[in-house]
Structures are given as structure tokens and as C-alpha cells.
Design a protein around this ligand. Structure first.
Ligand code: NI
Length: 255
């Protein structure tokens, strides 16, 4: 069993061949895909995909890039959308001080607000943190949210340890297959399998040997194999345990 815990199948990059991408994932043995909303329109599309395909689950939320465009009406709609079937998490939400597409002030305000909203909705969170490790952790700690995942983890082991101690999972992206990605390789090696998830973040960040190409959920196998190589365990074990972790976190039930 293997799960892609974080992809964006609703994005326009998949408009021309979404059906085939989903089929290829199934053929590669990927059991479930969690497709992650990043703004209201894309969250709606993610929910629609989850309703169409039995092996897809959806999340809703406003990404830090889109924070500036979100207003009260947006969040009223997000709350309403949260009542749909097959929504398993709130996110991705967080801080992106690398690209700063929304102002930092606005990102902080919207992140804080959505941490509260996720709790109100009783959903685990998917955290996006880029170049904002300290403040992201501080805000998560200050909230009462203790169920979630740091997606596309980019911190070091010391930070990973703090996230795990708070009750969070660490999600390993395809970046771990890049030769020079020593920090994430170190994290993947030292964090116990019981605290790890795997993700593609498709269409972004394709693992080797597809680096630079559009990513897709079937490529998750390469990430699992790299983590297995680092941990010196069979890749099937990495796939199985991270799939169980994903199902536990998101409350995915196969029965
Ligand atoms: Ni993402």
C-alpha cells in the first residue's frame, strides 16, 4: 500500500490529461491521493475530484500566496465547503517568506485565523512553511492545533523533532532524491518511520529521474525507494507505514 498524501490534481497543469494521470497512479499501485486546495476556487475543484474518484480525498484552505485576496466572504464559503463529503484536512495554510506573494503581515493574520478555523471544523491541518520556520512553529505552538503535518518539510532535524513532539507528522517530498538535498535526507534518516508521510506535491518538485518535469502521483514510488535506501529498510515497509500514518492522520477508512 502507498499513498500520495499531498498533490494538486485540481490545478490547470492537469487539465489536458487528468484522467490518464489518475489512471497511471492506480496502475503504479498508489491506493489513495490527497488533493490539496490552495484557494477557494481550487478547493472547490479538489472537492469535486474527490466526489468523482473513489481513490481521491480532498482538503480545503487558503495558501499563504493567496492570503491577500481572501476576505470574510471567502472564509464563509470555505466553511460552507467544509461540509462536503471526503474532506480530510484543512490546508495548505502557513507562511511563505521566500516568495512573499502576499505581504507577511497578511500571511500571519490569515494563518492565525485559519488555525482557529481548522479547530472549529475539527480538521487536522496541512502546514506550508517556506523560509519562515521559527514563526510558523511559534504560531502552531501558540494555537491549540496538535493534529497535522508539516508538508514538503524544509527544516532540519532539530526542527523536525519539535514538530513531532507537538504531535505533528513530517512529510517528505521528492526533493529527498536530489543529490545535494542533504538536510532533508538527514531528516528522512533520523525521523522514525512512524512520524513520516510521503508526498509528491505534484505538479511541482518531481523526484529523480523526472526532476524538472511535471510531477504526478505515480512518481511517489521513487520517493519511497529513496527513503528506504536511506533508512536501510525494504521500500514496501516505507510505503506501508507512511500509508497507515496518512490514513490515521486524515481519518481515511478503507472499509
Ligand atoms: Ni502543495
Amino acid at each position: 500500500m502507498i499513498i500520495d498524501s499531498h498533490a494538486h490534481l485540481e490545478m490547470k497543469e492537469f487539465d489536458s490529461d487528468r484522467e490518464e494521470v489518475i489512471k497511471r497512479a492506480r496502475e503504479a499501485g498508489v491506493d489513495f491521493i490527497v488533493t490539496v486546495g490552495t484557494n477557494l476556487a481550487l478547493s472547490r475543484k479538489a472537492v469535486a475530484l474527490a466526489q468523482k474518484y473513489h481513490n481521491i480525498y480532498a482538503t480545503i484552505g487558503i495558501h499563504p500566496h493567496d492570503a491577500a485576496k481572501a476576505d470574510k466572504k471567502t472564509f464563509d464559503s470555505v466553511k460552507e465547503l467544509a461540509q462536503s463529503q471526503k474532506i480530510v484536512a484543512y490546508g495548505e495554510i502557513g507562511l511563505d517568506f521566500f516568495r512573499n506573494i502576499s505581504s507577511q503581515e497578511k500571511q500571519i493574520e490569515v494563518f492565525g485565523m485559519q488555525l482557529k478555523l481548522a479547530q472549529e471544523l475539527s480538521l487536522p491541518v496541512i502546514i506550508h512553511d517556506r523560509e519562515a520556520h521559527e514563526l510558523t512553529l511559534k504560531m502552531v505552538k501558540a494555537s491549540n492545533v496538535r493534529r497535522g503535518v508539516f508538508h514538503c518539510f524544509s527544516g532540519d532535524y532539530a526542527m523536525a523533532k519539535q514538530c513531532i513532539d507537538l504531535g505533528f507528522y513530517i512529510s517528505i517530498p521528492g526533493v529527498v532524491t536530489f543529490d545535494k538535498a542533504k538536510t532533508i535526507q538527514d531528516v528522512a534518516g533520523r525521523v522514525p518511520l512512524s512520524s513520516l508521510l510521503l508526498e509528491t506535491d505534484a505538479p511541482y518538485l518531481a523526484p529523480v529521474p523526472y526532476r524538472g518535469k511535471r510531477n504526478e502521483p505515480s512518481f511517489i514510488i521513487h520517493t519511497a525507494k529513496k527513503v528506504a535506501e536511506i533508512k536501510k529498510v525494504p521500500w514496501e515497509e516505507v510505503a506501508q507505514v507512511t500509508a497507515c500514518n496518512t490514513m490515521n492522520l486524515f481519518g481515511i477508512n478503507t472499509n
